[in-house]
Design a protein around this ligand. Sequence first.
Ligand code: CMC
Length: 436
Amino acid sequence: MATKRVTVTDPASETSTELPVLEGSLGTPVIDIQKLTKELGYFSYDPGFVSTASCQSAITYIDGEQGILLYRGYPIEQLAQQSTFLEVAHLLIFGELPKPAELSAFAAEIKREAMIHETLRKFFDGFQYDAHPMAMMVGVVGSLSAFYHSELDMTDPEHRRISAIRLLAKMPTIATACYRHSVGLPFVYPRGDLGYCENFLNMMFSLPSLQYSGDTQWYLDPLASEALSLLFILHADHEQNASTSTVRLASSTGANPYACISAGIAALWGPAHGGANEAVLGMLNEIGHPDRIPEYIRRAKDKNDPFRLMGFGHRIYKNYDPRAMIIRKACHAVLERFSQSDPLFDLAMALEEMALNDDYFIEKRLYPNVDFYSGIIYKALNIPVNMFTVMFALARTAGWVAHWLELKSDPKQKIGRPRQLYVGAPRRDYVSQDRR
Ligand code: CMC
């Protein structure tokens, strides 16, 4: 596979080594540095993995310069326009778009696995009513490992497949239970007659009074589940992002898959990652009026001010985030149907325009990312702000389990164990307390 080589020379010891250059099917080639330490006696240093590929993967490809995102080779724009979230989940997990019979079987299995154990439902009672739903997600998804462990044989591909399906299937049930617990409403069971996104909306919003009073069950409007499916597709995977890498690192030790996904949820929660969608809404509310935008742009540029424009910037996308473009377009239709207009959407557009014309943002190549607009749609669908990152976690579960399965079947897989540059005290001797 390696046709090219690069030579690294250490002038101090006058030794050289030839390192193979690996070419993937698309994208930047990588230098295989595995023998660097053995041959030259150095480690490499790359905080934040800015230049380091941590694995080989065949799931998702991103070209940040061109704004290209492919799931298993298919452009995100085509999937967003023509497919459903379950089709995309099948594509990510099994590598191919499902044929009609495969999709029916997949959907049926997801429905069968959507219930959660009654004992797991009691876990929620341990949380305060005001616990953040992401805190509950971390705890409850992690505790699935207490329910599915004894029969798990991770060397068996079928056991791994079932674990992946279970995670995807139970995520909407757990996510909506987090919400209902926080507002003191009874949990709603998944229904066999509803699709994945419809079921989510029904478990979130269904009330007996709505069903029996003849009031509109707006959440069963097909546009609501279509909008949700679109957002889930856009959030489903993003190659080796922080949470996926966390899932991979945890999985590399052979840990229980449910615990690994819980680790991914924890990593996603931060405002630099999936927590940004909640932070964007907080920021827009704080700005409040277009007149105040210049003040916030100035703050974002001030090195002495920790404030950043949330929903702006990306490690990989340097021209535009294709997901943000798709969501921006979808906002209009969703707002029109569910909330007429939203001043926050107008504010977001004004903020985007001002930032995109500002030298600082142009020079640093900072563009709106997927989270800049996703919250506007979630808000129009009545999803509470503190549930936004939960929505992201739910969708990203498709990607997490796809990467988990890929790692588990990779013969080159090793425990993830980075090196470090130690900068602490050199060796010193213990001095007893009375002599200090
Ligand atoms: N507002 C103001 N300045 C920014 C911003 C921002 N949102 N993002 C980056 N910068 C500046 C940063 O200060 C730095 O300046 P300098 O070169 O003078 O030090 C430069 O741009 C490069 O930033 P960085 O932090 O080194 O870039 P990164 O690749 O390490 O971080 C990021 C990427 C997404 C964490 C960052 O852009 C950020 O914090 N954005 C806001 C949070 C956000 O929207 N996160 C969601 C990401 S998309 C969803 C997902 O996939 O997780």
